[in-house]
Design a protein. Structure first.
Length: 280
């Protein structure tokens, strides 16, 4: 795996990008990517969006030149952000928008390069898996190209994906199911941790509102520390664990056989399996 961006690297500006970026699907993830592109200087005039139920924010961009539900004249570089469950219906609709120089970027979980190529047989295609922190520019995206993707196209895709966070490229598409399970679905695991910590705090006697505040701030602060620190997670954990102290008592439970690691391993295995099932 080779890194093209890291959490400390600012993505390249998009102000000088020419041509049209066609975003097919402006739900939560598609909208997050759109916000990232605009923040880095991409003009709304260089963006077309296909979305049958656009949000008010996306619709309002029409006044600034964004083409909403554009006709076929929007041929250009395509980012597919529709749900994987609708892919069979969506891909034939998108085919006319794909020209000879188009690079298609799919962020549909489980949908393989081979699946995409069935509808777009001559296209340069990148399969990518971002995650929801993209909405605040702190996403993690892993991408894999097919053989038709040129270096110039890869650089463009890297710039588009880097607009919402860090990017890693892999050569082996087989890794993408585990990527989806770990980083794609991973934010939900962290949110569940915060929920569980808050409930446990309430059970220990804290007022519910205070427990929720403490859990949220602790998870967010620890995440930011992990983001900024050069130390790995294990070292950071050890640094806050005094022998015989309160943290050690808690970790003894969490790290026991059948504890958090076993649960997380089973959870990611289940998500990996589901990603493979979505491939059909």
């Amino acid at each position: 795996m080779s890194s093209s961006a890291n959490p400390q690297t600012k993505p390249r500006p998009l102000a000088d990008l020419s041509g049209t970026i066609l975003l097919a699907g402006a739900g939560k993830m598609g909208s997050a990517m759109l916000e990232g592109w605009l923040a880095l200087g991409l003009s709304p005039e260089n963006i077309a969006v296909i979305e049958p139920q656009p949000s008010r924010e996306v619709a309002a961009l029409s006044a600034r030149g964004l083409r909403l539900n554009a006709s076929r004249d929007a041929v250009g570089d395509v980012v597919v952000a529709v749900k994987p469950q609708t892919a069979n219906e969506a891909m034939p609709v998108l085919a006319p928008f794909v020209g000879g120089a188009t690079v298609v970027v799919s962020i549909m979980a489980g949908r393989t390069l081979q699946f995409l190529a069935r509808s777009l047989p001559d296209a340069a295609i990148v399969r990518a898996m971002p995650n929801t922190p993209a909405a605040i520019g702190r996403g993690m995206t892993v991408a894999v190209p097919n053989a038709r993707v040129s270096q110039t196209q890869r650089a463009l895709v890297d710039a588009l994906l880097s607009a919402v966070g860090a990017v890693e490229w892999v050569a082996d598409e087989a890794l993408m199911d585990a990527v989806t399970a770990l980083s794609g679905s991973g934010p939900a695991y962290v949110f569940l941790l915060a929920e569980a910590m808050a409930r446990a705090g309430t059970a220990a006697g804290l007022p519910a509102a205070l427990a929720a505040t403490l859990a949220r701030a602790t998870v967010a602060g620890a995440g930011e520390l992990l983001h900024r620190s050069p130390l790995d997670a294990a070292t950071l954990r050890q640094n806050v664990t005094s022998p015989g102290g309160t943290t050690a008592a808690a970790l003894e439970v969490l790290m026991a056989e059948g504890g958090l690691e076993r649960l997380m391993t089973a959870a990611i295995a289940a998500a990996t399996k589901r990603s493979r099932e979505l491939a059909g």
